[in-house]
Design a protein. Structure first.
Length: 564
């Protein structure tokens, strides 16, 4: 009840301030409602909930004037849809804030999202598709005292759950500061330089009371980071290093090791060619505002995924890779090249995209550490980019686009994915390294000005053979798959879709199942209505290296989105 009253007060304050200052402002927002009616399907392990009907919905309402801003979000889970975290339940106020800003200061009280640098030291954000929301509840100040200088300060508790229509927050407190300097603005002599330089640093600390009966735990755990960004003509280079003090937790078995995260990105871009190289080193970087939590709960920081985000169904959903906060050494290289038109590239040019990414467990030196009688509980030494030979992930992929004319195109793609299922548990049936070869052929046909047809044919093959580059025994997991996707659009209002995902290579003939989904949608201005009916297999749903498990389902899903 207090949250509802507070939300009303926030909006009342917004309009009161508007009236008193005679400043024109605007109200914007958006809403989404997703309804599911699910059936039992024993063949795929889908259950029918006792409520049968499930509903997720929310509405954001934002006010912004010349200086004043305010916003609220109402949420409702009656109950939550299939696969959403079990911490979502009821109807109530999920977010509220007020703020004031001018050219040199921005103040927010209440809920806010923020990020320092690349996020390896601090990131508060929301991804509604994942059911992830670690919004801060407290205060944020952004200062711009002089051109080229920006200082951020945050203080508060993280959102943990939404139970009974109210937000529950972390027992730990998170606070931090971030300073960023753009030297080209700050130093007049660099204003016209071809070299653009940005440097920054951050300090973050969490507080949580020591209530552990076994160990003496640090109640304040600090992390420090430094970063630099360089841009020179067609080249970019940026890097960031974060150090975290010892942080015993459920994640690491209550060891007292420090942690680190290092990121390096190098890029080159010109017409027809783009090259990017990236490297990441992570060790013991599970940094939460509550040391007892697990999965994706209450992370203070964010570790960017060092692999390409795929969109094709078999590639993106069957064997996704989740970032390993306790340790990984990862690399990625990507080249985008377009064969010029008239020089072997036909009439329109031929874009070619090659991507390679890999991740290994870090090498941990244990000599002299963790010996009997050692009370420090520092169990190993880990050095940045010190890599073992234990593979976590490998992805080699290439796609080529050929446009025949203004109405017809083809995209051919190949993916070779290897994932260590003993670490990234993507399947209950696989073990060791799962190695998959995936081919995709996509075709698009613009029938006329309003009618378009798109098709995807995807095939996935697994193998028992040892990989050529690594001495690992691989697993066939559920065997081979094939997927057909058809999409038909009638601009600007209608679209229809069909997908059949068939596990024809399953070693259990009874589980050679067709996962068929039909879809229909209508769009009018800012209104969108979609309807899906069919089977959905169980698996992981991942965005940017953060994943949640989605159980199998069979039924109807209706979604409505609206912005204003």
């Amino acid at each position: 009840m207090k949250n509802w009253i507070l939300g009303i007060c926030v909006l009342s304050g917004s309009f009161s301030a508007l009236g008193q200052s005679n400043l024109l402002g605007g109200i914007t927002g958006n809403m989404e409602a997703t309804f599911q009616y699910l059936n039992a399907d024993p063949l795929i392990g889908a259950l029918q909930p006792t409520e049968r009907g499930l509903l997720n919905s929310y509405m954001n309402v934002f006010y912004s004037g010349s200086h004043f801003k305010a916003g609220v979000r109402f949420e409702s889970y009656l109950p939550r849809i299939n696969g959403y975290p079990n911490r979502f339940d009821g109807t109530g106020l999920g977010m509220r804030y007020v703020g004031w800003s001018n050219d040199y200061i921005d103040i927010t009280l209440g809920n806010f999202y923020e990020q320092f640098g690349s996020g390896t030291i601090f990131r508060a954000y929301e991804d509604r598709n994942l059911g992830y929301d670690n919004a801060m509840d407290g205060a944020r100040v952004i200062l711009r005292p002089y051109k080229g200088i920006q200082l951020k300060a945050v203080y508060g508790n993280q959102r943990y759950s939404f139970q009974g229509g109210r937000v529950d927050k972390s027992v730990g407190i998170t606070r931090g500061v971030d300073l960023q300097l753009h030297l080209n603005e700050l130093i007049p002599a660099m204003d016209s330089s071809d070299l653009d330089v940005t440097i920054g640093g951050a300090f973050v600390s969490k507080y949580q009371k020591d209530d552990n009966e076994t160990y003496i735990l640090p109640e304040n755990v600090a992390a420090y980071s430094g970063r630099i960004g360089l841009r020179y003509k067609k080249f970019t280079l940026n890097g960031e290093y974060t150090h975290k003090d010892n942080d015993p937790s459920d994640d690491n078995g209550y060891i007292y090791n420090p942690g680190h995260a290092a990121l390096i990105n190098l890029g080159y871009s010109r017409k027809g060619l783009g090259i990017s190289l990236s490297a990441k080193s992570v060790d013991n970087m599970s940094y939460r505002s509550d040391r007892t939590k697990g999965l994706a709960d209450l992370f203070i920081n964010y570790l960017p995924a060092m692999n390409k985000t795929h969109t094709y169904n078999l590639v993106a959903t069957l064997y996704p890779y989740a970032t390993q906060p306790l340790g990984e050494i990862a690399y990625q290289a990507e080249v985008l090249y377009t064969i010029p038109k008239g020089k072997g590239g036909g009439k329109y040019g031929i874009p070619i995209n090659f991507n390679y990414s890999t991740a290994y467990k870090p090498l941990r030196h244990t000599n002299g550490y963790g010996l009997p009688g050692d009370s420090t509980r520092v169990t190993y030494k880990g050095n940045p980019f010190d890599m073992s030979d234990s593979l976590l992930w490998q992805d080699i992929n290439v796609n080529i686009t050929y446009k025949f004319n203004k109405k017809f195109y083809l995209i051919g793609s190949y993916f070779n994915i290897a994932i260590n299922n003993d670490v990234s548990k993507v399947s209950e049936d696989g073990h060791g390294i799962i190695n998959a070869h995936i081919g995709v052929l996509e075709a698009g046909w613009k029938i006329n000005k309003k009618h378009n047809l798109r098709m995807e044919l995807q095939a996935l093959f697994t193998t028992h053979k040892k990989m050529a580059l690594f001495d690992y025994q691989t697993s066939k997991d559920k065997g081979d798959w094939v997927t057909l996707v058809l999409e038909y659009t009638i601009s600007p209002n209608w679209f229809f879709g069909f997908m059949d995902q068939y596990n024809y290579g399953n070693s259990n003939k009874d589980l050679r199942v067709h996962y068929v989904i039909g879809s229909f949608g209508w769009i009018k201005d800012a209104t969108r209505v979609t309807l899906n009916y069919g089977r959905q297999r169980a698996g992981l749903f991942c965005v940017g290296g953060v994943c949640r498990f989605v159980p199998a389902s069979n039924g109807l899903t209706v979604s409505l989105t609206q912005s204003f």
